[in-house]
Design a protein around this ligand. Sequence first.
Ligand code: EPU
Length: 292
Amino acid sequence: MNWWNEFADRIETDVPLAPMTWYRLGGRARYLFRPRDAADLASFMLRAGHESLPVKVLGAGANVLIRDNGFDGVVVRLDQPAFRRVERNGTTAKVGAGVDLMPMSRRFSRDGLSGLECMAGIPGTIGGAVRMNAGGRFGEFGRIVREADLLHPDGVIETWPHDRLGFGYRRSAISDRIVLSVRLELQEDDPVEVTRRYDDCFAYKQRSQPLTDNSAGCVFKNPDGQSAGALIDRAGLKGFSCGLARVSPRHANFIVTDFGARASDVLRLIDAIRDRVLVLFGTALEIEVDVW
Ligand code: EPU
């Protein structure tokens, strides 16, 4: 592949992915590509498409489970300065896909810009937050997204307005496109009030979730009108384990892992939880974590 040489100084080979994920487990990537900017990524995608090379973007690794045999393709990380810009203009902000969600939300809240305080306690990058419509009982990210710049697999860049992004509960219509940046619409508010709401939201999660353990947040989506965590709890599964992965004793929709755990431990535990909840309550839990 002659074209590969053009990108070679930005590509590493046989890279362990575990340190890049919150579970701290999983195999290696055949390649890891760190594009300089959107044009660099677009031209790479076009060429990779012609070769049918599988490509996946890894954000903060906060909502993924990478299998033990890793990923036989190209993992892209948007961690160069071009993807980590925050340009504020009054109550709007253009934010790169590689920006970390939590520090940005905290800073905007402290500055009296309302809209992101509900993101307290949610790790991840902006790209992941848009794709997944990250959120919880305090609000969802999609609500404040005015538009997003997306890269299609064929290298074309397009701006999609809010309505086209198809936000729903933990989903969007982004599919196999890559988020490059988003424009957010925030509201001016009293910095003390916004900060209080941010802190309240964070405190709620600190009380109810194992935020300092290795986990990928909630494993299952909440079924209509029910809480997956409450169902798993009622099934008596808190503390139940497979290998070095166990159901968090603090919040039953979290699987936490110890050093040395394998993806196969987590996957076996996921199956066991699903089976038990289905048998006891007749509810088929749908997984929220992205399994590679
Ligand atoms: N509950 C239990 N036992 C548990 C966990 C929860 O009985 O082990 C009960 C709680 O007492 C409460 C109800 O279930 O009455 C709901 O619990 P919680 O407020 O923790 O909310 P959740 O529905 O379990 C959702 C999101 C979280 C988000 C929180 C708070 C999903 C799947 N989960 O959890 O998102 O942080 O609301 O906003 O939608 C994530 O998506 O990764 C995530 C952690």
